[in-house]
Design a binder for this molecule. Sequence first.
Ligand code: ADP
Ligand code: AMP
Length: 214
Amino acid sequence: MEMKNIVVIGPPGAGKGTQSERISERLGVPHISTGDMLREHRDLKTEHGKAREYMERGDLVPDKIMYRILDHRLKKDDTEKGFVLDGFPRDISQAKHLECIEKIDIVISLEVEKKNILKRLTGRRICENCGETFHLNYKPPEKEGVCTKCGSDLLQREDDKKEVIKQRLKKYREKKLPIKNFYEKKGVLRKVDGNKDIESVWNEISVILEEFIK
Ligand code: ADP
Ligand code: AMP
């Protein structure tokens, strides 16, 4: 069976998680978010747990930890038909690592202006239980502070506070061009205008997916 391996890249808050969920549903492949995986392990006293200090500062977690988490996840049976990867690669060495273990079919780059990024990050709220993402203005829950999906409390991510956002965006800017060039040269990069509302961005991505799976 033909595999569908998709990577979604873009700045923090671009909408990678939001759109990856939809891609995952549309293609029937798992959504793999390295940020989500790290947050799940954050409180454990394992090597993954050590990632916490890097995340709290807005720095990238060391490659050694990331590769272990990613390689382990990609070996699971549910990736047989493919996957949609969100949050990896973050730099060129990670892109090269990924290339050694998987063939990537499409890289969707969500292009979002800085002013929109800041509004999205500061208004983001996530469910402490199921991880569903909301936004105070752009995707509000039915009841304030409560997850529409499972009824648990909504929280602001620690790293969505202003000082940490600054550092995360700095790290992103330092690394973004080489990754884009890397995938552009391979002919798999597809740029999408991520400034529009969630539905419009999804419509643009759907067109790319339909071309790809037809
Ligand atoms: P990322 O995974 O790239 O960090 P998210 O998918 O978590 O980004 O989106 C960041 C925040 O912006 C969330 O609160 C989400 O609900 C909201 N959001 C996502 N896409 C859009 C969009 N196109 N327009 C407005 N808000 C959006
Ligand atoms: P995200 O949920 O994608 O915004 O990621 C949250 C944080 O997790 C980042 O700021 C990094 O500290 C860490 N992280 C996620 N993915 C990676 C990665 N591929 N490499 C290094 N650090 C990562």
